[in-house]
Ligand binder design. Structure first.
Ligand code: UDP
Length: 485
């Protein structure tokens, strides 16, 4: 008889690098620190993913970690031109279920546990069929988790009338309320399929055996406390919530790209890094304004640039595979590159972000506030300029600014509706880079050490993952005893 000698975690990643990267980090952590073997199943839209340079950057993975690309899903018959990206993601995950089930079925012994992300919660029924433990991994904040589990319990009228029509903050018991200005798309589009999908995710999450969140005690202690309290967040407390973060990619050792060599030449904490995640884009007008803002700030910069889009959307983020970009220069103001050649570096499409953020020359990060980018910034002790674009990024930005975590400065304009002016960009960049005693920098550095402590053996995030590992060991022994029968 075959037996598993160590717990085996199957992890299912939804399309998009922002989803795959943290799932891979979790798998690596389970393997390297908690004695697991792991298989990461990746739902793809494109069979060329494995050949893309960006994907290759995520390799190699350690022994005991197996990476399986599921056959690309074709949802063209299931969507219309108006289907939102988030809805498309949910549909893709649903369509990938049969091939995922076949993969599990084909294994000699099923894995001990299944870990899915927010878009994969429907796969938990497959785990039940195979007696596996089932976990949801939230690759965002505990605050977003609290919102997602709270929304299905809220009276329709509260969202529709109070929050959306009257623009009042949405109260989330025990947590920071959600300002209307920072709300998320599903709540604004209650007649769109995304609302139904979002409600379903919120209802599915508490059916897991545990919820892992890419955050840590020192960052979101009060929200994590609220998630434990039945009186506050209802059902949530019946499911253990494990803060296991910040799980971020380490900079590749020995990698010396052009940008890192350039950074080596710059003074300590003198450079602002500008990037909008794996696929975020700005309008042409906003790109020009950003260029002028950077130039007039007279601060050093590294800017990961993409061709502008008509509107800011998440499509790029999902389908970005590192295609070449030859045309980005034409969108910049005339002479920009020449005038700034001593001060800045423009990198088309993709840069080695974790290597950049952990470089001593970086003094600030102008970011779209995707949660991976945010955690990478905090793990390197780098203060931020928050420039949220889509998904839950406005919530992240709200949490990062002065009244709350206090590591970021944020434009008063809404980047998706109004133009952030060159003057404001200049002021924000100067503030973050020039003011070395700024409270945001001090706070970012103290969070960096709190993050390190949480991840160390015996730290809060390490211990959270140990509890998950213990439960998996117990399940493993049970499954093995059944096989031995
Ligand atoms: N990233 C990178 N180089 C880039 C842009 C992004 O390495 O030029 C990585 C970044 O380090 C992060 C991920 O891609 O790990 C982006 O995830 P995030 O949650 O910040 O944003 P998303 O792409 O999901 O919007």
């Amino acid at each position: 008889q075959y037996l598993n000698t160590r717990p085996h975690a199957a992890l299912l990643a939804s399309p998009g690098l922002g989803h795959l990267i943290p799932i891979l980090e979790l798998a690596k952590r389970l393997v390297s620190s908690h004695g697991f073997q792991a298989t990461v199943f990746v739902v793809t839209t494109d069979s060329s993913l494995s050949k893309s340079p960006i994907f290759k950057e995520l390799l190699p993975v350690p022994d005991q970690l197996n990476l399986v690309l599921l056959p690309p899903v074709d949802i063209s018959n299931l969507i219309t031109p108006s289907t939102l990206i988030l809805t498309q993601l949910a549909i893709m995950m649903r369509e990938a279920l049969p091939s995922f089930r076949s993969q599990i079925l084909a294994m000699k012994i099923p894995p001990t546990a299944l870990i899915v992300d927010l878009f994969g919660t429907e796969a938990m029924s497959i785990a039940e069929d195979f007696n596996m433990l089932k976990y949801v991994f939230i690759t965002s904040t505990a605050w977003f988790l609290a919102l997602t589990m709270h929304v299905p319990t809220v009276d329709d009228g509260v969202i529709e009338d109070d929050h959306v029509k009257n623009r009042r903050p949405l109260l989330i018991p025990g947590c920071m309320s959600l300002p209307f200005e920072d709300t998320i798309e599903p709540l604004l589009l209650r007649n769109d399929p995304i609302y139904v999908e979002y409600l379903r995710m919120g209802l599915n999450i508490p059916t897991a055996d545990g919820i892992l969140v890419n955050t840590w005690q020192g960052l979101e202690s009060s929200t994590l406390l609220a998630l434990k309290d039945t009186k506050k967040l209802g059902k949530a407390n019946q499911v253990p919530v494990y803060p296991v973060g910040p799980l971020v990619r380490a900079a590749k050792p020995g990698a010396r790209s052009e940008v890192l060599c350039w950074l080596d030449e710059q003074p300590s904490e003198s450079v602002i890094y500008v990037s909008f995640g794996s696929g975020g884009t700005l309008s042409a007008k906003q790109t020009i304004e950003l260029a002028w803002g950077l130039e007039s700030s007279k601060q050093r910069f590294v800017w990961v640039i993409r061709p502008p889009t008509v509107d800011n959307d998440a499509a790029g983020a999902l389908f970005q595979t590192g295609r070449g970009c030859n045309d980005f220069l034409s969108f910049l103001p005339d002479g920009f590159l020449t005038r700034t050649s001593n001060m800045g570096l423009v990198v088309p499409q993709w840069a080695p972000q974790t290597g950049i953020l952990s470089h001593p020359s970086i003094g600030g990060f102008l970011s779209h506030c995707g949660w991976n980018s945010t955690l990478e910034s905090l793990a390197s002790g780098v203060p931020m300029i928050a420039w949220p674009l889509y998904a839950e990024q406005k919530m992240n930005a709200a949490m990062l600014t002065d009244d709350h975590i206090g590591v970021a400065i944020r434009s008063k304009a809404s980047p998706t509706e109004d133009l952030v002016t060159r003057e404001e960009i200049e002021t924000m960049v100067r503030k973050i880079i020039e003011d070395k005693g700024d409270s945001r920098r001090i706070r970012a550095k103290s969070l960096q050490s709190s993050a390190e402590k949480a991840l160390r053996k015996g730290g809060s995030s390490y211990n959270s993952l140990s509890q998950v590992a213990n439960d998996c060991e117990i399940r493993l022994r049970y499954l093995n005893s059944r096989i031995q029968g």
